[in-house]
Ligand binder design. Structure first.
Ligand SMILES: CC(C)(COP(=O)(O)OP(=O)(O)OC[C@H]1O[C@@H](n2cnc3c(N)ncnc32)[C@H](O)[C@@H]1OP(=O)(O)O)[C@@H](O)C(=O)NCCC(=O)NCCS
Length: 197
């Protein structure tokens, strides 16, 4: 009890009130989650699944279109204003941490290959196309990161702030930039992070 009060004492009074409201909201509507902070936006609630320990910051938005699904593993913690948009599947493994303003989307308005859309068609009228995004366990995603359709991120990987992930990332690496590229990997022999290349 003392430690809970001590922890609460570190926050502004208005934050304590807002956390209390969010806690009641969580237990009423998402009892298996630890804390979903309000405001919280969701489209097709039935297609969201998460395991125990799920915690979100404020202003998160989970959108699922058609049969699209979002699945989160155990102990996933996500920051403020994180936006998921799923047409097929966005799957996040166990113990993942996301900072704020992360955007993860498995879809696009139209396709842009050889048989791609005509630019005279308004983007909103172009058919949605999608390809799953799969994120492993123990992945840390920095502030402002965008993760685009069809990408797989291996377990234990770190994605640096402001990166755009448009291609797969291997496990146990640190990737930065747009497009994100590994700059370090974890060497299992020396148990240190070593520079790539
Ligand atoms: C990627 C990160 C984890 C640092 O990794 P690191 O291995 O300690 O990075 P280093 O400081 O050794 O930098 C290695 C190189 O990558 C560059 N770099 C580091 N982070 C970068 C980033 N986010 N974007 C672009 N380049 C980056 C460095 O400038 C350096 O470049 P150089 O070799 O040309 O000098 C960190 O920079 C980061 O982005 N953290 C996320 C912070 C965040 O979002 N926190 C929110 C709280 S949950």
């Amino acid at each position: 009890m003392t430690s809970v009060l001590g922890e609460l004492g570190k926050h502004a009074f208005s934050d304590i009130i807002s956390m209390g409201v969010s806690f009641v909201f969580t237990k009423l509507f998402y009892p298996r989650a630890t804390l979903i902070r309000r405001p919280f936006h969701i489209r097709q609630k039935g297609n969201l699944s998460f395991a125990s320990g799920f915690t979100t910051g404020r202003g998160c938005r989970f959108e699922m279109f058609e049969d699209g699904a979002i699945k989160l593993g155990r102990n996933c913690h996500i920051g403020d204003n994180v936006h998921f948009a799923a047409l097929r599947l966005i799957e996040v493994g166990d113990d993942c941490l996301m900072a704020s303003k992360v955007f993860i989307s498995d879809l696009s308005h139209g396709s842009y290959g050889v048989d791609g859309c005509n630019p005279d068609l308004p983007p909103n009228d172009r058919p949605l196309v999608g390809s799953p995004v799969i994120i492993g366990n123990n992945v840390w995603i920095g502030e402002n990161v965008c993760i685009l359709q069809g990408v797989t991120i291996g377990s234990g990987t770190v994605v640096g702030a402001n990166a755009t992930v448009s291609r797969d990332l291997p496990e146990r690496c640190i990737a930065v930039g747009s497009p994100a590229r590994p700059i370090k990997r974890f060497d299992d022999v020396s148990e240190t992070w070593v520079r790539c290349g």
